[in-house]
Design a protein. Structure first.
Lengths: 257, 325
């Protein structure tokens, strides 16, 4: 078990964005988190990565309680994420973006950086190699020197994945990686995430593209209005009446339409 | 012939240019993590008064005074930097400006120690100390055909030049390392930087403290170059002047503040012949520049353009200092 979320609650004032959500993710699986807009999926990500504090409940990573740690400590522990609205470092080159990702796995300080000690030069070389290896992994070889903001949208999404992978995560959180992608790009993304899985990285995925989610995920949890309404394999989820109701509405719920 | 070329007046302007470069860097470094600090004048004053008082009252060597002044400013940098971490943009600017004013008011009112607004005179002068030392070793500036005061200013100028080049080199190398990438990442997107595993508290306080150390160092040098300081030297006007060096020159690359400090220190001297109109021209230039080039005169694309010109024409034409950027 890599991640266990137990009775997680988050209130913003009177609004319960997430209430009593529990799920566990096994090592090596691709776990999908789906639900209509505003269901609390991204809030769940922010709770796991400690960008917001939990109102109650707990998050366990490999059995260890990680509540209240700073986001950078969470990354050090081995959880890294991408963002729904891409948050690359826009003025940096693609290579530099990924090099920043290696930050918590390297350690050169001010003096060794300025005087370029032997170990610093070795480390810098390794960081650069790692960055280029990851750019190639996500299919961005040849774009190392391009400024991030000048990359095409789909490339920016893949660069964000490379940057997150640079921190050597055991659990990778992807927030709507296929948003705004065309069919070819989505199919490339499918293969990329499968490839990530073969590297022994567990993936937690938020996604609205249902064919992608159903083909990719081993298990899925469905959120609606901050509550978990279902969990199971893609087949179970597709046939679950509560899920169908949440997505399509039932006939008596005309006022929500 | 060397003697005719060395004019103490020009050398003194040169010294101010070099001190201003250090001050401009003291704004540039925190700004490279997105922290707009106006506390440089305050830190400069702390460095200047610490070093002046230690060398006068305790008769410590100038070097010890300068180190102490720098460290005291750095210590205050940590003290101010930690609680202001949550502040962004103009809010941080206002708090740091307030800090500078508090420091100045303390200098004015703590008369038993600082002699109030009269200021402190008779501070040991670096140039004279150097002259005294070399004379002890049996060297006489007359051997070079220099008068004593020419030698004094020349020695200060060269000393400051070495210091300024070292500091630019230091921070340029820092900016192209793991630390520099962390600074840039925080500047571009603090939340994303934190999610990528960067300890933003550490790096923001580090950058703020580096700025304070630089300003304190420049202030200590200032005290021992002028031999006279008063609270008015570290007022709000100084804070804005220092900020303008960096904003005018550009805060994207280190050559921006360096150029800003050089250009804006020379400009009023060059325009001296039109006397009172010169500050109008100075002000007008800043307004025009901010309107047409808000990122400052020197930015990344300009550097890249110079680089491409230099590599095209070969090194013999490209002797500008930017070519190594």
């Amino acid at each position: 078990m890599v991640l266990a979320v137990k009775k997680a609650c988050k209130n913003f004032g009177g609004l319960a964005a997430v209430s009593d959500v529990s799920f566990t993710i096994q090592k090596g699986e691709i776990f999908g988190l789906i639900g209509p807009n505003g269901a609390g999926k991204t809030t769940m990500f922010n709770l796991i990565t400690s960008m917001f504090p939990l109102s109650s409940g707990e998050v366990l990573f490999k059995g260890e309680n990680i509540n209240g740690l700073k986001p950078n400590k969470i990354t050090e522990k081995g959880i890294c994420r991408t963002f729904q609205n891409i948050r690359l470092f826009p003025k940096m080159s693609a290579e530099e973006n990924v090099m920043v990702g290696v930050h918590c796995r390297s350690k050169s300080g001010v003096l060794s950086s300025v005087f370029r000690t032997k170990s610093q030069r070795k480390e810098e070389k390794e960081i650069r190699q790692r960055a280029n290896e990851l750019l190639e992994f996500v299919g961005l070889e040849g774009y190392a020197d391009v400024t991030a903001e000048n990359l095409a949208y789909g490339q920016q999404r893949r660069l964000e994945i490379a940057r997150a992978m640079a921190s050597d995560p055991q659990l990778l959180l992807l927030d709507e990686p296929a948003a705004g992608m065309n069919e070819t790009e989505t199919s490339d993304l499918f293969h990329l995430i499968k490839k990530i899985q073969t590297r022994d990285i567990t993936v937690l995925l938020i996604e609205h593209d249902m064919p992608l989610v159903m083909n990719l995920c081993d298990r899925i949890a469905v959120l609606n209005f901050g509550k978990k309404i279902a969990e199971g394999t893609p087949e179970e989820i597709q046939n679950n009446p509560d899920v169908i109701e949440a997505y399509l509405g039932s006939e008596e719920e005309e006022e929500y339409a | 012939m060397l003697a005719e070329l060395i004019n103490p007046y020009y050398l003194q302007i040169g010294c101010f240019v070099l001190i201003n470069i250090i001050l401009a860097l003291s704004v540039y470094v925190p700004l490279s993590t997105g922290q707009l600090s106006l506390a440089s004048a305050g830190f400069m004053g702390l460095g200047a008064y610490t070093s002046a008082l230690l060398t006068i009252n305790l008769e410590l060597p100038i070097l010890v005074g300068i180190i102490a002044g720098t460290l005291i400013a750095g210590l205050f940098g940590i003290i101010i930097g930690l609680p202001t971490l949550r502040l962004q943009g103009v809010y941080l600017a206002i708090v740091t400006l307030g800090f500078g004013e508090v420091i100045r008011v303390v200098f004015v009112n703590w008369e038993s120690l600082t002699k109030g607004s009269v200021g402190i005179s008779g501070i040991p002068h670096i140039g004279r100390e150097i002259l005294k030392t070399v004379k002890e070793f049996g060297f006489n500036p007359q051997n070079l055909g220099l008068q004593n005061n020419q030698f004094i200013f020349l020695s200060i100028f060269l000393l400051l030049l070495v210091i300024a080049i070292f500091l630019v080199w230091f921070f340029r190398r820092q900016s192209r390392s793991r630390v520099g990438r962390a600074y840039a990442a925080i500047n571009l997107d603090e939340k994303a930087a934190e999610s990528m595993g960067i300890n933003i508290t550490y790096y923001k306080v580090l950058a703020f403290t580096q700025g304070a150390l630089l300003a304190g160092f420049a202030g200590s040098l200032y005290a021992h170059v002028l031999a006279y300081i008063s609270p008015a030297d570290f007022s709000y006007h100084r804070a804005v002047d220092i900020l303008v060096f960096t904003i005018f020159g550009g805060s994207e690359v280190i050559w921006g503040p360096v150029f800003g400090a050089i250009f804006l220190t020379f400009l009023p001297e060059v325009l001296r012949f039109i006397s009172e109109y010169r500050y109008m021209i100075y002000g007008l230039m800043i307004i025009i520049l901010m309107a047409v080039r808000p990122q400052g005169l020197i930015d990344v694309s300009l550097i890249n353009w110079i680089k491409s010109k230099v590599s095209k024409r070969g090194v013999k034409h490209g002797s500008s200092s930017e070519k190594s950027m």
